[in-house]
Design a protein around this ligand. Structure first.
Ligand code: GLN
Length: 556
């Protein structure tokens, strides 16, 4: 629906035009899927005709997510603007089918940095600058700027972490201040956990009651409770939570585990969430258009032919557990493409370091229908990835290299096809005789000075796509824009040598004369991209490169 039409519909339907704010806070524990709950509510409100935007607050002192280890914090998502942020921003973009601006993300580091810089410039006109109210005021200012930049009727604000943590107190304080200013326009939603301990076999509400009390201690009362649990909440639990947490009975909503994150909005609607939220905000609910989304969910849940895809990486071991969070956008992009082709992905994690061992069974890679080497940094696991890529190239297994995966594809080709045994990236070997991947001079200075935060080539850059290439057939477009996050580039000095040996560079950035895509024509599917196409894939709009990759995997 167009923004204009949306606006007209919204004005007609509500009594006032004031923007509405919904704070989503977490209770009991992290990892509940608060981001998915927020994205789902956002989608539901959007599909009822409202312009919606979603803000993520990360209570870390890091100024952005770029310096955080993906194993601990999950994928670093990149916006068009180049801001490196939390993976939830990716979920918001995927659910809302929108690219979000930088103002929609904030961290404690960012907020304090702005306040301190303003103080240094006499922005507080000689006043004493205090944590309260100056920090919450800066938070509120950012929330309102995001609302206005996105022209949002409804702004959802997800506060990272759980209530009661020291870290997010100032954000709850901001919510309290906003609520005091406009009580009917500000809503609080508590997403909390209800465990079913195996020795009891019964769903317990007490932890959520405690979370609700803790929230009360910050001067906030939840308007809604979203109860995350293994199973749906029964009427007994709902009514208990309503009475003991001081929430209207029809505002306790069930959010049981589901096999697909995209199903969550539909589950919420079983409890009429969007209607009830709009009602609580004195906005009319109008009609809802969820048909395309429903079709997507029903289709992706059906039993279909499987494609077996391997992801060769290193960011998935956390103690005794394997976590895929570091590559979440890659996984989602695969799912979107598979849904479009009517197949089910079977994704397997392949630890690149294991390929470096003496007895590594590299030939097992042939069991896969397709293999992805996603983004990464540093030298750990690199030789393992290179060994894997050699088999992939020689055995003609469909391959998609994302960023580092593209650079390594070129290094492998240079070493084994062109014959440059020492070909490498200067990221791993600064003294290599054949730096086929290298830093640009400006980046070299940055690295020397150690100014590593937020200084890579980040965000959207344009790319020209050469005709008569596989990439062009996939994109069906001569110019595209894609998101980047890397410091190293293909070294133009080696272009001719690589091309003469059969490598094709179908993507080129005209402004900086940079090679952005690589293809091996004599192969069923071998594409590497310097950018991250996974950041732009959406459920109902899968990315052309992922679509092509999955198609090739199906043909194998
Ligand atoms: N480490 C590589 C670089 O900085 C690739 C980065 C990535 O894969 N995102 O250029």
């Amino acid at each position: 629906m167009s923004k204009e039409r949306n606006k007209r519909r919204q004005t007609r339907r509500s009594k006032t035009n004031s923007p509405k704010y919904i704070f989503v806070v977490g209770g009991v524990m992290s990892g509940l899927g608060k981001g998915i709950a927020t994205s789902s509510l956002g989608l539901l409100l959007q599909q009822r005709g409202y312009t919606v935007t979603i803000i993520k607050i990360d209570p870390y002192v890091n100024v952005d997510a770029g310096t955080m280890n993906p194993v601990e914090h999950g994928e670093v998502f990149v916006l068009d603007s180049g801001l490196e942020c939390d993976q939830d921003m990716g979920n918001y973009e995927r659910f809302l089918n929108q690219s979000l601006p930088s103002i929609n993300y904030m961290t404690t580091g960012m907020v304090y940095q702005t306040v301190i810089e303003r103080e240094r410039q006499m922005g507080y006109k000689g006043q004493c600058v205090q944590v309260v109210p100056d920090i919450p005021n800066e938070v509120i200012g950012r929330i309102k700027r995001a609302q206005s930049e996105n022209e949002a009727r409804i702004t959802l604000i997800e506060v990272g972490g759980t209530v009661g943590e020291y870290e997010n107190l100032l954000y709850l304080e901001a919510a309290r201040m906003m609520r005091l200013e406009a009580p009917t326009d500000t809503m609080i939603m508590l997403t909390s956990y209800l465990p079913v301990p195996s020795m009891l076999g019964e769903m317990k509400t007490k932890p959520t009651q405690h979370a609700s009390r803790t929230l009360n201690g910050s001067g906030l009362q939840a308007d809604f409770i979203i109860g995350r649990s293994e199973k749906p909440l029964d009427e007994v639990r709902k009514s208990k939570l309503a009475t003991l947490c001081n929430v209207q009975p029809d505002r306790v909503v069930s959010a049981p585990d589901s096999s697909s994150i995209y199903e969550v909005p539909l589950i919420f609607e079983e409890d009429k969430l969007s209607e009830r939220v709009l009602n609580a905000l004195s906005l009319s609910s109008g009609s809802q258009d969820l048909a395309a989304w429903k079709r997507y969910v029903t289709n992706s849940k059906k039993d279909k032919q499987q494609v077996r895809l391997g992801i060769v990486g290193k960011y998935f071991n956390s103690g005794d557990y394997t976590v895929g969070d570091s590559y979440i956008s890659v996984i989602e992009a695969i799912k979107h493409a598979c849904a479009r082709h009517n197949v089910t992905p079977q994704i397997e994690w392949l630890n690149s370091e294991e390929f470096e061992e003496e007895d590594a069974t590299l030939m097992d890679l042939q069991m896969y229908d397709g293999i992805i080497v996603p983004g990464g940094f540093g030298s750990r696991g690199i030789e393992g990835k290179l060994k894997a890529i050699q088999i992939i190239r020689e055995q003609k297994i469909p391959y998609l290299g994302l960023c580092y995966g593209m650079q390594l594809g070129i290094i492998e080709f240079a070493r084994h096809v062109v014959g440059m045994a020492n070909a490498h990236t200067t990221e791993v070997n600064p003294r290599t005789s054949d730096p086929v991947i290298d830093v640009m001079p400006e980046q070299e200075q940055i690295v020397k000075k150690g100014q590593l935060g937020g200084t890579m080539r980040l965000g959207a850059y344009s790319c020209d796509i050469a005709s008569r290439t596989l990439t062009r057939r996939l994109y069906q477009q001569a110019h595209v824009s894609e998101r980047h996050r890397h410091r190293y580039e293909v070294n133009n000095a080696y272009r001719t040598q690589l091309e003469e040996a059969g490598l094709v560079f179908p993507g080129h950035n005209p402004d900086w004369d940079l090679l952005e895509i690589v293809e091996i024509p004599d192969h069923p599917f071998f594409i590497g991209t310097q950018f991250h196409p996974e950041f732009l894939s959406r459920p109902l709009k899968p990315h052309p490169i992922f679509k092509g990759f999955v198609r090739a995997a199906m043909n194998r």
